[in-house]
Ligand binder design. Structure first.
Ligand code: HAM
Length: 428
């Protein structure tokens, strides 16, 4: 029997109501804050991510699904990659479609996306090779920290609306590109004396991009890393001022946060503000639900004009896991049918087609049993369908135009005309 590929999975019908709920609340948040949806391809040129996300990151270095797309066997193909994230693609689209043209000073483009991403990571609970993100990007010529606070306020509303309250917002500033160069030099000097005690991955990071040692999860490296100078301690005046203003905007909105100087995020495009939202319950080791930050300069890296950007993405898989159990249970129950229709005999079934059509036109969720079976068996199926009511249609019912509606929770049964069934169930 053929099964799913390692790190991928089917999202089964019983979980779909949870996914829909998260998607619906996210779309509502985006609507209120003026974000428009964009859908970009799932495959892009490898170069987009190599340049955008950064050659030295784990994502580009070891986690991308990259293929050579050979148009003809005898020609050199083009290297293409299943997207590991979507910020680079959205910035590419912003540039490709010249969304910056006719831009007034301070005018912002607000885009959001929903879809699968691919990273060849070691699979575990909450970490998949195909996972789903919902994300948003704000682009323009302004790097006002008020934009950052507004985006985080939107996330705050979204999480509350879903009933996810046990979260922590971690923030940091990773400075600008010039500072990064200077800081990287100092970081290498600090690592060097102990270099032999770091893991092989860190050796590689030391050579390619020393900042990435902060991503290392190796328990032998952690104590060494804890003693290194952080980028936050070395911020230049302008980045420091930006960070102070960002915090003041969060304070003014009553949003609480923790400053986490070691948080550098796993992608190279970040400048200044970086943030993560950590969930507390039920998530295990993969408890980072949201990640985001500022990426001024990414557009230039991709060949575009100077552009500022700020955004985030959250993992839908992890957001589903972060939903409180009581809420998940209610969402699953809400997906159940209103009515399971049981017909006694062929004449009743012919009649039932019309009844069922009327009920559905009134917006009720109705399942019609097409098979002939004994009453007991039919009622067992109605229970199994989790329907709230069974509607029994037999010869008498057809003649009278009234049908037996049984509440499957209370057992209470009454005889009603279609119009009364609609009134009764719509009221519920
Ligand atoms: P990221 O931190 O790489 O950022 O991913 C964002 C979120 O996607 C994570 O916090 C996590 O919830 C989810 N995620 C990542 N990898 C996996 C995985 N293997 N399995 C399940 N969930 C996963 C970005 O992707 C940036 N593009 C975010 C961004 C947008 N920054 C600015 N704009």
């Amino acid at each position: 029997m053929i099964q799913t590929i390692r790190g991928t999975r089917d999202i089964l019908p019983e979980d779909i109501p949870l996914w829909h709920r998260i998607e619906d609340v996210a779309r509502e948040a985006f609507r209120r804050y003026g974000f428009a949806e964009i859908r970009t391809p799932i495959i892009e040129k490898t170069e987009l991510f190599a340049r955008g996300v950064g050659e030295s990151t784990d994502i580009v270095n070891k986690e991308m699904y990259t293929f050579v797309d050979r148009a003809r066997e005898d020609r050199d193909g083009e290297s293409i990659t299943l997207r590991p994230e979507n910020t680079a693609s959205v910035v590419r689209a912003y540039l490709q479609h010249k969304m910056f043209a006719d831009r007034s000073p301070g005018e912002l483009t607000r885009l959001y996306y929903v879809g699968p991403m691919f990273r060849r990571e070691r699979p575990q609970a909450g970490r998949y090779r195909q996972f789903y993100q919902i994300g948003a990007e704000v682009m323009g010529d302004s790097d006002d920290p008020a934009i950052e606070a507004e985006v985080i306020e939107m996330l705050d509303w979204f999480l509350r609306e879903l009933g996810i309250t046990e979260t922590t917002l971690l923030i940091n500033s990773v400075g600008d590109a010039t500072l990064r160069e200077e800081y990287l030099g100092r970081l290498r000097v600090a690592i060097e004396p102990d270099l032999s005690r770091y893991c092989a991955d860190c050796h590689h990071r030391y050579k390619t991009n020393a900042l990435r040692v902060f991503d290392c999860k190796n328990p032998d490296c952690r104590p060494l890393i804890a003693g290194l100078p952080t980028i936050t301690d070395s911020l230049d005046g302008a980045s420091r001022e930006h960070f102070e203003q960002f915090k003041a905007h969060l304070d003014a909105r009553g949003i609480t946060y923790t400053v986490q100087p070691e948080m550098v995020r796993g992608l190279d495009y970040y400048t200044r503000t970086a943030f993560e939202i950590i969930g507390s319950t039920g998530l295990g080791a993969q408890n980072t639900i949201v990640g985001g930050g500022r990426y001024d300069g990414l557009a230039e890296t991709l060949g575009g004009p100077p552009t500022k950007g700020f955004g985030f993405a959250f993992g839908l898989d992890r957001m589903v896991m972060a939903l409180p159990e009581t809420i998940s249970r209610d969402l699953r129950a809400a997906g159940a049918p209103d009515i399971f229709v049981v017909c006694m005999g062929e004449a009743a079934r012919q009649h039932a087609y019309h009844v069922v059509r009327e009920l559905r036109r009134a917006g009720l969720v109705v399942i019609l049993d097409f098979a002939d079976r004994k009453m007991k068996k039919a009622m067992a199926l109605a229970d199994k369908s989790r329907a709230r009511h069974a509607l029994i249609i037999g010869e008498n019912e057809v003649n009278e135009g009234r049908y037996a509606l049984k509440n499957l929770t209370s057992g209470e049964q009454e005889s009603l005309a279609v119009s009364d069934i609609i009134i009764k169930l719509q009221r519920n």
